[in-house]
Unconditional design. Structure first.
Length: 147
């Protein structure tokens, strides 16, 4: 099976995400290993995956990648899963506040065919987190790789 996402596209998207993660201070130079990354919930250092690691994962998982691509997942995203939720929502809120006055914010759409609906957002609570997720997170009940 041919990999749909080309290496050049992945490299471009990887570099864009790396820049965003650095600019927003989501990733920083880790004190012990001296690489960019995050300090996770468990206090361990998690380095940002390298482009080579991302390309290797795509190469090893072509069948899954092609399936997900056909389902509409057409862009690379680097998500800091090990980052504490409070820290992530604080950063997101800060970035939204910095950009809110200069751009139009839109409500989430369920499909690209739905019209854009502008919103001002809630100034007191810029980032909304689903209550069930907050409770699950607070009680340390999230399981990433169940067996």
């Amino acid at each position: 099976m041919v990999l749909i996402m080309k290496t050049a596209v992945l490299e471009e998207e990887y570099l864009a995400w790396k820049k965003i993660l650095e600019k927003t201070n989501i990733v920083a130079l880790l004190p012990k290993i001296k690489k960019l990354g995050i300090i996770g919930l468990d206090g361990k250092e998690y380095p940002l995956p390298t482009l080579a690691q991302v390309l290797e994962l795509f190469d090893k998982n072509q069948k899954l990648i092609n399936k997900k691509y056909s389902q509409g997942f057409k862009y690379l995203e680097l998500v800091p899963l090990a980052l504490p939720l409070e820290q992530l929502t604080e950063i997101l809120g800060r970035v939204i506040a910095e950009h809110r006055d200069g751009v139009t914010l839109y409500k989430t759409r369920r499909a690209l065919t739905e019209p854009l609906v502008a919103t001002r957002g809630n100034k007191e609570k810029l980032v909304w987190v689903w209550k069930t997720l907050e409770q699950t997170y607070a009680n340390n009940e999230i399981i990433y790789f169940p067996q």
